[in-house]
Write a protein that binds this ligand. Structure first.
Ligand code: ZN
Ligand code: ZN
Length: 473
């Protein structure tokens, strides 16, 4: 178990890698009731880290044949070099280059490539994923199903998924986050990451900084619905988020020190999510909005944007919603809210109708089930909302240490070069409105979007929220 340190000139990096090193060796029997641990053994973040790949393989006692999985771009960026260093060190590797579906520009993480990797890996002893979000998700799920380990060779600091315990895979029309075992080692060569398109790093900042709003939603769901929450995990992801904010401007200029901070922050946040055994610390309302745009992109004729860039926009909306909603809580008449609540059948019909035209009847049925699973009515709704309506300030005191305002987020985004408007991401006003109204319905996770909906305020606050978030331009 080790995490290499190198000195790329950023003190934030030293602190993050020290924490990563500690977490790799942690087996924490936590007061939250869960045992926190990960199966990742090595994290190597350095300039020239790829040369350490054979050493990692030896130290992890991986023997036999490896299947290296890449696409045309990531093979060019790091795959060939990975193959070369492994071959020189005497390892046997075969190669699988994944190709986009006909008519698509890029490989997408769906069931099909996962099955291709499973088939091609017959007779192999371990896998090597060369890439970022998509390739990593595909190989992570294949490795879990095959029950053989995999190593991740990072090609961009674009998302927290390298070290997390989930794989985001589209199955049919629905984007699912499936439990999956993280890599045994992550090799992040800062020279390779620095040559990735600058947008990838901006997306990485968007995904990492979203820990704040995700943790706020996570805490909200625990306060209102008694859902699981761990303060230690929330604090760990906050550390990653804060260190990255400190170097946001340098990240946009591609400085190797700042990129090593971002890479370490993303890996640290992913490990914390794995240790929590839930994606809640990294997947709040802003993430649901991003997944909504992913799922509806084909029907709306849009191309998908990078996950972290969409999440950043979603978080601006959710932050503004918190800020608009909270002052209204004092004037809420809870009896009236409960009386005016549409019945579950009406809510289900509305949900189904919206989604059926976008993702087809079968998938819309699944979404409706998820939406109904968190739809409270009558006494249950009353009891769920009573604490926040009776004592909004007390609840806010528990949320505010985790929260970031829309203005704070926008400042970081501007420093990191993240586009802050829907137009910049090719998202129409209708796509914005619909994501705000319907994104929370396809998963059972409770977020600020659900609280606003439960209080009957979601629609009423919409334009004010967009104005404050400054996204509808
Ligand atoms: Zn805990
Ligand atoms: Zn994310």
């Amino acid at each position: 178990m080790k995490a290499n340190t190198n000195h790329l000139g950023a003190p934030q990096y030293d602190e993050l890698i020290k924490t990563i090193h500690e977490l790799l060796q942690t087996r924490r029997d936590c007061t939250c009731g869960r045992l926190h641990q990960t199966s990742t053994r090595q994290v190597i973040i350095a300039s020239g880290a790829l040369n350490q790949l054979p050493t990692a393989v030896t130290e992890l006692q991986l023997t036999g044949k490896a299947l290296l999985v890449a696409d045309a771009n990531t093979y060019q960026a790091a795959g060939r070099q990975a193959e070369d260093v492994l071959t020189q060190a005497g390892s046997t590797t075969t190669r699988l280059l994944l190709e986009p579906e006909p008519g698509q520009r890029e490989v997408e993480a769906t069931d099909e490539p996962v099955q291709t990797v499973q088939q091609e890996a017959a007779g192999c002893d371990y896998l090597i994923a060369v890439g970022s979000g998509t390739i990593n998700d595909i190989v992570k799920l294949a490795s879990t199903r095959l029950k053989i380990p995999y190593l991740a060779v990072a090609t961009a600091a674009s998302m927290t998924g390298y070290s997390s315990g989930i794989a985001a895979i589209r199955s049919g029309a629905i984007k699912q986050t499936l439990p999956a075992a993280p890599p045994v080692a992550i090799v992040a060569d800062i020279d390779i990451i620095a040559s990735a398109p600058i947008q990838m790093q901006a997306a990485g900042v968007g995904d990492l900084v979203s820990r704040s709003l995700s943790s706020t939603d996570w805490k909200l769901s625990s306060l209102l619905r008694g859902d699981y929450f761990c303060p230690w995990i929330a604090q760990t992801v906050d550390q990653a988020d804060q260190q990255c904010r400190a170097v946001a401007t340098d990240i946009s200029q591609g400085g190797p020190g700042a990129l090593s901070v971002l890479t370490a922050g993303l890996i640290l946040a992913g490990i914390a999510m794995k240790m929590a055994e839930t994606s809640a610390p990294g997947s709040g309302g802003g993430h649901l909005i991003s997944h909504y745009w992913d799922m509806t992109a084909p029907a709306s004729g849009r191309t998908r944007n990078l996950h972290g860039l969409q999440v950043a926009l979603g978080d601006l909306i959710c932050a503004a919603l918190y800020e608009k909603l909270w002052p209204r809580l004092a004037e809420i008449d809870l009896d009236k809210v409960v009386a005016n609540r549409p019945c579950a059948e009406e809510f289900a019909a509305q949900t189904y109708q919206h989604y059926a035209s976008l993702i087809g009847p079968e998938a819309a049925q699944q979404v409706t089930q998820a939406a109904l699973s968190k739809y409270a009515e009558g006494e249950q709704l009353y009891n769920q909302l009573a604490p926040v309506v009776a004592e909004p300030n007390q609840v806010w005191q528990k949320l505010s240490p985790l929260f970031s305002s829309a203005a704070q987020l926008r400042r970081i985004y501007q420093q990191a070069g993240i586009p802050c408007t829907a137009t910049a991401l090719g998202i129409s006003k209708a796509d914005l409105d619909n994501a705000y109204r319907f994104a929370s319905r396809f998963r059972d996770r409770y977020t600020i979007l659900d609280l606003a909906c439960d209080l009957g305020l979601l629609e009423e606050l919409r334009e004010e929220v967009f104005a404050d978030a400054q996204v509808a331009r």
